[in-house]
Design a protein around this ligand. Structure first.
Ligand SMILES: *Cc1c(COP(=O)(O)O)cnc(C)c1O
Length: 380
């Protein structure tokens, strides 16, 4: 694709920092791991940070550390990345899919309450596309019903709610550093928490169940190899230093799209400002009107692709994924999830996209929509 959907932004000095590690004898479990964790805990404002090899591993370790197991129910959005529900299933617990608020695309607090049963143990909320979830309301529900809260902040590093960074509100928060995220380590993730017990357990579980204080061949838990290498951590440290500038650039890109598309018919744009929140722009996802939903939307993606422009469809609901036909789960009413998922269109969105490219993308989209409108008129 001439204009990709996402693209990593790695500088020469970051390449240098990664190469330098390869000239040392410590390629894993070394000083860069500690430095990356310290930097993330400091940035988010939590007392602990535990780096792992992916966001998915981070979510899974949160389930393990909280003792989620068979018979338990965990409330999750279906309008999300599949790892959110899979982490629950890895522990044989039951994901309960709850609908989203159509404005923020995050779990709707009222719908959460309706889904709670005697078996509910936790809520995994997602700060979808970098927009903070209704943390105050969800924290209140969790307190009343004695539920754990895990924040999936994989799409939302740097986002704020009431002036505090997301990830620091729940029992634990998880970040992801895949190359399409705001900052990347290639592959990687980070758990943040203020709970020393969760931190110690996650640390142990990521490293084959070894206690930090124990010798290398002593295993106290059924753990995993979820370790992250020193090269990944070195890249993460450098990227984190640029995060504020990156978030500013991404917000500017969102505004460029907004300015060019706000008067277009058949497009519903994401909110740029929301009360009490700072958005960390992960992707720019707009919604098509009902007449362009489903196969029409897929046609638009194809037409854009034929012009060398990559558009995406975020998200395909988890409860409709083939794998979930045979996975235990429970669905609440998911009308917004299903209706919105048929109409989303993610625009090319990466730090280095130029304003000329944004202009081209918007003009192409307007043309493609116009062509489809005249075709459907001719058919009538
Ligand atoms: C990216 C992402 C993750 C983690 O993905 P990994 O590829 O495992 O790092 C988890 N949840 C959401 C919502 C994400 O967008």
């Amino acid at each position: 694709m001439r204009i990709p959907l996402a693209a990593p932004d790695v500088t020469e000095s970051e390449i240098e920092a990664v190469s330098a590690i390869l000239r040392t004898p410590r390629l894993s479990m070394g000083p860069k791991l500690e430095e990356f964790e310290r930097a993330m805990a400091g940035y988010v404002g939590t007392s602990h940070a535990i780096a792992v090899n992916s966001g998915t591993s981070g979510l899974h370790l949160c389930m393990r550390a909280l003792g989620i197991s068979e018979e338990d129910e965990v409330i999750v959005p279906s309008f999300a990345f599949i790892a959110v529900a899979n982490a629950v299933r890895y522990e044989r617990a039951v994901p309960v899919f709850v609908d989203i608020d159509p404005q923020t695309l995050n779990l709707d607090p009222q719908r959460i309450e309706e889904a709670i049963t005697k078996r509910t143990r936790a809520i995994v909320l997602v700060h979808t596309f970098g927009c903070p979830a209704a943390l105050r309301e969800i924290a209140e529900i969790a307190r009343c019903h004695h539920l754990y809260v895990v924040e999936d902040a994989c799409e939302a590093i740097g986002a704020e709610y009431d002036g505090r960074k997301v990830g620091s509100f729940g029992d634990a928060g998880v970040f992801g550093f895949y190359p399409n995220k705001q900052i990347t380590t290639g592959e990687g993730g980070m758990i943040v928490t203020n709970d020393a017990r969760i931190s110690a357990l996650a640390r142990k579980l990521r490293n084959q169940g070894r206690a930090d204080s124990c010798e290398w061949l002593q295993h106290e838990e059924l753990g995993y190899n979820y370790r992250i290498s020193e090269m990944n951590c070195a890249l993460g440290i450098e990227q984190l230093k640029r995060l504020d500038a990156i978030l500013e650039r991404r917000e500017a890109i969102a505004r460029e799209y907004q300015r060019r598309l706000e008067k277009q018919a058949d497009l519903e744009l994401p909110a740029i400002h929301l009360p009490d929140r700072r958005i960390s722009w992960f992707v720019y996802v707009l919604r098509l009107s009902e007449r362009f939903s489903g196969s029409h939307r897929d046609r638009i993606v194809q037409e854009m692709a034929s012009r060398g422009i990559a558009c995406g469809r975020y998200f395909a609901p988890i409860h409709l994924q083939p794998v979930y036909r045979s996975q235990a789960h429970r669905c609440m009413n998911l009308e917004h999830t299903e209706s919105i998922a048929r109409r989303t269109l993610a625009m090319p969105f990466f730090n280095r996209i130029t304003n000329e490219q944004i202009e081209e993308v918007c003009q192409s989209l307007v043309e493609v929509l116009g062509n489809l409108r005249s075709k459907s008129q001719a058919a009538h």
